[in-house]
Ligand binder design. Structure first.
Ligand code: SF4
Ligand code: SF4
Length: 436
């Protein structure tokens, strides 16, 4: 019987690992569809960002209560992996509580610690469900979350509650089996939280108890494998991608726009024609119309977005009723990447689908509403810049399609002719200082 269980576990582990590795490979390929950008300089600063922003969740602590609750779920997720390691090894080797003889008395402290985290995770998940579905915080009910994204958040919270409950029930029945002296159920010492549940199972027959304990064990580990494979399709991918995203965050001062060397050189050549190369090819594109012209970091940003809406809640355009939501910019970029990825899977290479990120996923009206204030970048807890994508799309819109409102065109001509947005000759600029 043990061998059958071991074989079933090996099959389950191999399938879950293969599916996860396959999807991770697709996501990596999709991110690398973007343009190259060198973000490897100043490694010390980058490691500091990773530790403070991703591991330390620095920006979350602007709201300490929510930060502590988020930290409970996050620490629970990371530390509970130690317990998953034991479960996986038990499954592979056909053992039960493999680490018990290795850790001695520390094993009891460790499992009690995991149970404390499990209860913390259940409590926080319930609070988060209430915040989303009953209190209905504004940033969780806005229309850019309609449909799948809203359900996704709820599915994850409910799954975490189920996984933690299975873990506690498994330990509760295990303790009753230990007390009954059942074979294979080694003495671990008592566990505080699952011990509270143990009386519920006190009078059950040993066979029933083993059936419940084994069912919880299998459902717990199967649930974790399903969770792992659900992550790449969910906003919870940030649990993994927040780390590389914080490491590769841009280190320039906030608000500094990326220069356009092609445009800068044109101005330089106009002023100093002798510096113009004779064989320079014109740039392929100005700005970005589709994901292929964005940088890989923009695309990594889109996969790392938690859809928390802190950017949208701080966006002056959104607050004043405009169509723009920086969260939706990130979600639309991810949707486009996924669609392009499916296209490549189907045809072995990308086949034009008559769609582009600009227009088909993100509208002109959204792009025009951005004030480039940088508030979204400042607010994002995982080092994402929706503004970067907006700027690149807007550059394409204006420089490739000449698509700008009449008022903007007036400003552009003034800048071109008068070196200022106003309709005054540069010769008249200092007249204001002349005394009459
Ligand atoms: S930079 Fe644009 S998108 Fe970001 S908060 Fe400001 S107006 Fe909104
Ligand atoms: S871009 Fe950042 S702040 Fe905005 S929804 Fe995504 S994770 Fe949250």
């Amino acid at each position: 019987m043990h061998y059958v269980q071991q074989a079933a576990f090996v099959a389950l582990l191999a399938t879950a690992s293969w599916l996860f590795a396959k999807k991770a490979g697709e996501i990596r390929r999709n991110i690398l569809l973007g343009k190259d950008e060198q973000l490897n300089d100043q490694p010390a600063k980058r490691w500091k960002n990773l530790l403070l922003l991703a591991l330390g969740q620095k920006k979350m602590f602007r709201n300490p209560l929510v930060a502590v609750m988020h930290l409970v779920i996050y620490v629970g997720f990371i530390i509970i992996n130690l317990e998953v390691l034991e479960i996986v090894l038990d499954g592979l080797l056909g053992t039960h509580r493999l680490f018990l003889p290795l850790l001695g008395i520390s094993y009891n402290w460790l499992i009690n610690g995991f149970e404390f985290l499990a209860v913390g995770v259940i409590t926080v998940c319930i609070i988060f469900l209430v915040r989303r579905n009953i209190i209905k915080l504004k940033r969780f009910i806005s229309k850019d979350l309609n449909g799948w994204p809203r359900s996704d958040a709820n599915y994850i919270l409910i799954s975490e509650i189920i996984l933690m409950s299975l873990f506690l029930t498994m330990n509760a029945t295990d303790q009753v089996l230990q007390a009954n002296g059942s074979e294979h159920y080694h003495q671990t010492g008592s566990f505080f939280f699952s011990g509270i549940l143990s009386p519920l199972f006190q009078n059950m027959h040993t066979t029933t108890l083993i059936a419940i304990e084994r069912t919880c064990w299998w459902m717990h580990i199967t649930g974790i494998f399903i969770f792992l494979n659900y992550l790449p399709y969910s906003k919870h991918l940030h649990i993994l991608l927040a780390f590389p995203n914080a490491y590769y965050a841009r280190l320039e001062p906030a608000g500094k726009m990326k220069n356009m060397p092609a445009v800068q050189n044109e101005v330089l050549y106009a002023m100093k024609p002798e510096t113009a190369p004779t064989d320079a090819a014109p740039p392929a594109h100005f700005g970005a119309k589709d994901i292929f012209e964005l940088s890989w970091k923009n695309l990594l940003d889109a996969y790392s977005c938690t859809e928390c809406g802190r950017c949208t809640a701080a966006c002056p355009a959104n607050i004043t009723g405009k169509l723009l939501s920086p969260r939706k910019i990130m979600m639309a970029t991810r949707d486009r990447m996924e669609d392009v990825g499916k296209n490549i899977d189907q045809h072995k290479q990308f086949v034009a689908d008559n769609k582009t990120l600009l227009h088909d996923y993100i509208s002109v009206e959204e792009l025009r509403a951005c004030t480039t204030c940088n508030a979204c970048v400042e607010e994002c807890p995982v080092s994402i810049s929706p503004l970067d994508i907006i700027l690149e799309l807007r550059r394409s819109l204006i420089m490739e399609e000449s698509n700008a409102p009449q008022e903007w065109n007036g400003t552009f001509s003034n800048i071109e002719n008068n070196f200022a947005p106003w309709k005054f000759s540069p010769d008249d600029r200092d007249k204001w200082a002349v005394e009459n």
